[in-house]
Design a protein around this ligand. Structure first.
Ligand code: IMP
Length: 421
């Protein structure tokens, strides 16, 4: 069984926990897009691990963990992560696609400089993601395979620096980068990573033909997708289920199911439209209660009500066959709970997220309201253990979204999860 896990909102839905649960049942776990802008926190035996690039499944003994061609790899960040892993058989279990593109120091600096020049800031993570994907599309990117061939790397880096240094000096009025220091440093990274770099595409297709189970984990979320997200306030990769095949080379006919992950409310980091956003004081309250701060940058997340317009669209475009609802416990003790079911702008009712930036920015949410529940729910093991109104909330989401809800998370640990048939 090959499964894609995808975020249905603006990322940070709690995919890390679902990936951790589902990892136990598969043979291969694969990242298919994004880079070290992502952050998954996993706690094992009281020790906290934050993963930015390596699939968190690496903590499950015997699982093969792959970084697909669709990921942009910062070798420095990756090596730091590898060194922080528990000692063991990691060397045999981590595989990096030779086709994955490399984030270089000039990508990170360009990311920050471009952001300072923009009138409408995106609020990027500053990890060089956009500039690295731009080079990929511009066909001047440097791939993991290039770090293993000194002559190829030399020529590509020289070409890149010729152009980039001119941009740094003429557009941004600052010094460019020195060829020798990047060249030496990144060749060393290549040497260190060489034992992990391989043809991940053929590995995965052979594994699928051999009836192995593969979990493809998406980073960020559907509304941060470069095509379907709230553009331009998005990341630069295909964070939707479609990206899983392009980002790994696993054939689409080998995908069996798509699991969507949605938080019981909505959050977003960075700039951009957010129709169901809370007012500042309630937003502050939920941010603290839900510890809504970025795992990568520590930035406060903006918070709002569950937006069924967005999640319905995600279900449709990702072909989501089942949905996990996360952090339901954060809504404990709230008197009135709202679900955004449409938006209104200039007399028009929107049942889909507006493509027009002005409408998306100024649209007013239309809400369905219901009473909340008082009791803590983190001890609930079954759906029936939940307070009546918590059950009603989950059932209402299921009815509005017309999707099977198979998991409800009521706390941070693996045990705080309700599984539904
Ligand atoms: P970039 O991916 O660093 O270019 O950032 C583009 C947008 O995506 C910004 O609004 C970021 O805050 C957002 N973003 C990127 N990665 C994540 C993530 O893992 N979770 C939530 N938001 C993210």
């Amino acid at each position: 069984m090959n499964t894609i896990i995808v975020g249905t909102q603006w990322g940070d839905e709690g995919k890390g926990k679902i990936i951790d649960i589902l990892s136990a049942k598969v043979d291969y776990i694969v990242r298919y897009q994004g880079g070290s802008n992502a952050g998954h926190t996993v706690v094992v035996n009281g020790k906290e691990y934050v993963f930015h690039l390596i699939p968190s499944g690496i903590l499950h003994k015997g699982k093969i963990c792959c970084i697909g061609n669709g990921v942009v790899v910062d070798p420095q960040a990756l090596i730091k992560e590898i060194k922080g892993l528990p000692k063991g058989d990691v060397g045999n279990r981590l595989k990096i696609s030779s086709l994955a593109h490399v984030i270089l120091p000039y990508h990170k600096v360009l990311d920050r400089l471009r952001e300072t020049k923009r009138t409408n800031k995106i609020g990027t993570t500053g990890r060089g993601i956009g500039p690295c994907y731009s080079d990929k599309i511009n066909r001047c990117g440097i791939r993991m395979a290039d770090l293993l061939n000194a002559a190829v790397f030399k020529e590509k880096l020289k070409d890149n620096l010729k152009e980039k240094n001119e941009i740094f000096e003429k557009v941004y009025k600052q010094n460019g980068f020195d060829f020798n220091s990047i060249y030496g440093e990144y060749l060393d990274y290549g040497k260190y990573l060489s034992k992990y770099i391989c043809n991940v595409t053929s590995l995965l297709n052979k594994a699928a033909s051999g009836k192995k189970d593969i979990l493809l984990e998406g980073a960020q979320g559907t509304f941060l997708d470069i095509d379907f997200g709230s553009y331009p306030f998005v990341t630069s990769s295909s964070a939707t289920a479609g990206g899983a095949c392009a980002g790994t080379g696993l054939s689409p006919v080998k995908i069996d199911k798509v699991v969507g992950v949605a938080k019981a409310y909505t959050t977003r980091v960075g700039e951009g439209p957010f129709p169901a956003e809370f007012d500042p004081s309630f937003g502050e309250f939920i941010r603290k209660k839900g510890n809504e701060f970025g795992a990568t940058t520590g930035r406060p997340r903006r918070c709002g009500w569950f937006d069924s317009v967005m999640v319905s669209e995600s279900i449709l475009l990702n072909g989501i066959t089942e949905l996990a609802i996360m952090k339901l416990d954060i809504l404990n003790g709230i008197k009135k709970i709202k679900i955004c079911t449409a938006y209104k702008y200039k007399g028009r009712l929107f049942k889909e997220f507006p493509d027009d930036l002005e409408a998306a920015k100024f649209a007013k949410p239309v809400y369905k309201e219901m009473p909340g529940w008082e009791e803590p729910i983190d001890k609930a093991k079954n759906f029936l253990d939940l307070p009546l109104n918590a059950k009603k909330y989950v059932s209402l989401l299921r009815d509005i979204l017309k999707v099977k809800i198979t998991m409800v998370s009521v706390g941070s640990s693996r045990d705080n999860t309700i599984f539904l048939d």
